[in-house]
Design a protein. Structure first.
Length: 126
């Protein structure tokens, strides 16, 4: 499960680094019959980012939010403050504002927006 979450986090950072304003599911996904799976995964990932944004903007943070933030973003025994988490909050907010829109039909994605995960080696793949 942790490996799955880390892959989503890495994927979001790669998308954000590309300065894309939306995403497009490649035609090869449709041709191979995987479009519905990829579409569902994208929607789920955006929903998770929106949930993270809501939790980070809540005041005060719920105990389970503090625990998760500490686990993901801090050294053992330290929970970051809301000020320390502003950049992370901004990333999750920007995902919803800028990247949630799917480009469809003949809308092209500029080559500068294309991110290929094939160039990255994931550790502990099962």
């Amino acid at each position: 499960m942790a490996n799955f979450i880390l892959r989503y986090i890495l994927s979001f950072h790669l998308v954000l680094a590309s300065l894309a304003h939306g995403y497009k599911i490649d035609d090869s996904c449709t041709k191979t019959g995987h479009r519905a799976i990829v579409d569902a995964a994208m929607k789920s990932a955006f929903d998770m980012a929106q949930s993270a944004e809501r939790r980070l903007s809540a005041r005060p943070w719920a105990d389970d939010t503090k625990e998760l933030i500490g686990y993901l973003f801090a050294k053992e025994g330290h929970t970051p403050s809301s000020d320390e988490m502003q950049k992370t909050y901004g990333v999750f907010r920007d995902i919803g504002v800028h990247y949630r829109n799917e480009r469809t039909g003949t809308e092209e994605v500029p080559w500068t927006d294309v991110v290929s995960l094939r160039q990255f080696n994931f550790l502990n793949q099962t």
